[in-house]
Design a protein around this ligand. Structure first.
Ligand SMILES: *Cc1c(COP(=O)(O)O)cnc(C)c1O
Length: 366
């Protein structure tokens, strides 16, 4: 019996093992921040940004970023309907209201015209999510954010390897956040990164991340404010350093897996992650959206995957359909997409036989 095809798993080599072993043996005392600093400087270089701060998660990075921007009770923050709840939870944690805006049918990312229509005097920020590696229409979103003097935040958790106009996704907005959860393109187990070009914003988040203790403060154990504890450990950063060295290879493999699917599914009535002019897609998660006329939907695909021992992963549920949020029945693109779509398995060590098995399962439904 062949093994179950998982939807994702990390690629861990001797390099990761050797770095984390070194950190476990030597990365204490005076050397307790060495891998963290190396990881942050390396990430800055990879992304082309001035400041990167390793965090315990992407969610924590987003939480601190919102606090540093002064978002709080009574404020509204625009969030796309189609994303993981982690994009919206920190908005709730700071006491603000997530305003869910519909997505475009081709990129599955924020619809700029709907964003503009959703702006009110209470709007304090726009969170653009590059979902499944697809890149948001950053030209339109930047223009809207600038016109209304709003910060444009990039939740780039799924966008390592994605680019817009030659710039890395996550290097464009007021700040961006990344995730190194075990399902993401690179991993540290759990972990994240806060990145920005803005030195003052970086300093505020640095203070927040250290229980409110400002850098250079000479009084020991003296917080100037109530902050957070969302730091990454040196052990995790050691894994991150190895993954960062291998990142070109990790991203290239994501693109190969996507292209293998695309070639094999080309003749079916479905759409996959787009890569429009000026965009490079990191293809974190190859996904299919079945044409409405095909009559094929999520549930039939999930059944076929289960029968062939393949992990099926649903498209994100529209966030406003969850019980703790107010319904937004006007967001019909998102609700329709979720019914007709599914994520396909993709991981570094996936071979062509695995891909063929998934393709056969998709074909069996059509
Ligand atoms: C994974 C993910 C997150 C959360 O990342 P954590 O590191 O688990 O906090 C946030 N946003 C999006 C879009 C994600 O896919």
């Amino acid at each position: 019996m062949s093994q179950r095809v998982l939807y994702t798993k990390p690629s861990i080599t001797e390099l990761e093992v050797s770095y984390v072993t070194d950190a476990a043996r030597h990365g204490w005392g005076a050397r307790c921040y060495e891998y963290i600093e190396r990881f942050e400087r390396g990430f800055e270089q990879h992304l082309g940004v001035a400041h990167a701060m390793a965090t315990s998660s992407c969610t924590g990075a987003l939480h601190m970023g919102l606090v540093a921007l002064g978002v709080g009770p009574g404020d509204e923050v625009i969030v796309p309907e189609i994303t993981w709840i982690a994009s919206a939870a920190p908005v709730v944690h700071v006491g603000a209201k997530p305003v869910f805006v519909d997505v475009l049918p081709d990129t599955w990312c924020l619809d700029p015209s709907r964003v503009e229509a959703a702006i009110t005097p209470r709007t304090r920020a726009i969170i653009a999510v590059h979902v499944y590696g697809n890149v948001c229409d950053m030209a339109a979103l930047k223009a809207i954010a600038d016109r209304h003097q709003l910060p444009l935040i990039e939740d780039a958790a799924e966008a390592l390897g994605s680019q817009w106009q030659g710039r890395a996704a996550g290097s464009i907005g007021t700040f961006a956040t990344f995730s190194f959860h075990g399902t993401k393109t690179m991993t540290t187990g759990e972990g994240g990164m806060f990145v920005t070009q803005d030195a003052a914003l970086y300093d505020r988040v640095l203070t927040l991340s250290n229980h409110g203790r400002a850098k250079g403060n000479t009084r020991q154990f003296w917080p100037d404010m109530v902050g957070f504890k969302y730091k990454m450990s040196n052990l995790q950063a050691a894994v991150g350093c190895a993954q960062l060295e291998r990142l070109p290879e990790l991203i290239a493999r994501k693109r190969q897996v996507f292209q293998a699917y695309q070639e094999r599914l080309r003749d079916l009535p479905l759409r996959m992650n787009p890569e429009p002019d000026g965009v490079v897609n990191g293809y974190w998660m190859p996904s299919i959206v079945c044409d409405a006329a095909s009559g094929v939907g999520r549930d039939a695909l999930l059944q076929a995957f289960a029968a062939k021992d393949i992990d099926g992963r649903v498209f994100f549920w529209p966030l406003s359909s969850l019980p703790m949020f107010d319904a937004c029945p006007e967001n019909t693109v998102a609700s329709d997409l979720a019914e007709r779509s599914i994520n396909l398995p993709s991981y570094h060590d996936m071979d062509m036989a695995d891909i063929d098995r998934v393709v056969a399962a998709v074909r069996s439904v059509f």
